[in-house]
Write a new protein. Sequence first.
Length: 197
Amino acid sequence: MFKLTFQSILQTLMWTVITGMLYPLVMTVCLQFAFPYQAGGSLLMRDGKVVGSELLSQQFQTNKYFWSRPSACGYGTGTGGFATSSGSNLGPTSAQLQKNVDANLATLRTASNLPSDAPVPADLVFASASGLDPDISPEGARFQITRVAAARNLSVDQVTALVEKFIKPPQWGVFGMARVNVLQLNLALDAADPKKG
């Protein structure tokens, strides 16, 4: 009995060291060399300063920028320095979900000077499961072109060309859908606009 218990403890310690310490350490070191940008958090810079990660959504509220998807977790700005990630967990029959959707629709239509029954891309109305989705659909970006162009005194054609440039196809051509990274698009928009935001 003692021998079996001792072997179990040794096995637990050995596999804890191998899979809990050595493997993560080796993978971290290898990936830092092989993929330094991704391993460092895919951070985006402007004027030598980090302005965000291409993997995490940020909130943009002014008309001079493209807006991200709504976030049920405040775009990961948790309290106490901890970033959070969550959906709202509201079901399709939830009155609160309907209230949130109606508010999002009203905000988008008002900002774009559209009638109260104008169609709006779904991803601009519903939060993602994580609340941190950095991408919107090409339709979601195109929906915002007129508002952004007017706020920046740029032509619709200029802003449209920028949006089309930042449309990424599905991963490896088959996984997911076409998408536009909002932070990358907004940084490019600032760079193209001499007045900036």
